[in-house]
Design a protein around this ligand. Sequence first.
Ligand code: CDP
Ligand code: MG
Length: 156
Amino acid sequence: MTEKTLLLIKPEGVIRGLIGKVIARLERKGLNISAIKLLKMSKSQSEALYSIHKTKEFFPKLIDHMTSSPIIAMVIEGPKVVSIIRAMIGATDPQDAAPGTIRAEFALNKTQNIVHASDSSKNATREIYIFFNQEEIISYEKPTEIEFLIGKIKEK
Ligand code: CDP
Ligand code: MG
């Protein structure tokens, strides 16, 4: 069964030119991007996204940072995509993130940890609609490699 999740490239990821590197990993894994946009997050969007952390001491700094410059928002689709993407991004603190994960490879501190990803399917549904409406999310099938090759031969 395919699932959807929200993946954001945070301001520092955009500024540091890491958009392509993050997207390349999703494509290499075989996941589908069902929606994508660049936007400057509003205060209300960031407060809604991180509402669970409202009372934490890091909350004001996090909101300031997330609204400071543009982000990339994406809906990613695939089997078990919520847990797969969480594994690919690594632990919140880049110092604890497993080698090879996005946060381990690209980040040094918790606030500027390059990406956000939903942590459950239920939260994914809530978070996706902070950034996208139904019409912007396009599900599609990718042909398997062999189907792609057969298609190429038929074209000749
Ligand atoms: O992003 P993730 O789900 O891994 O972590 P979180 O616990 O939901 O926290 C949301 C975001 O708040 C993190 O990605 C960090 O950028 C930030 N944060 C922070 O700046 N300081 C902390 N002690 C914990 C989280
Ligand atoms: Mg979280």
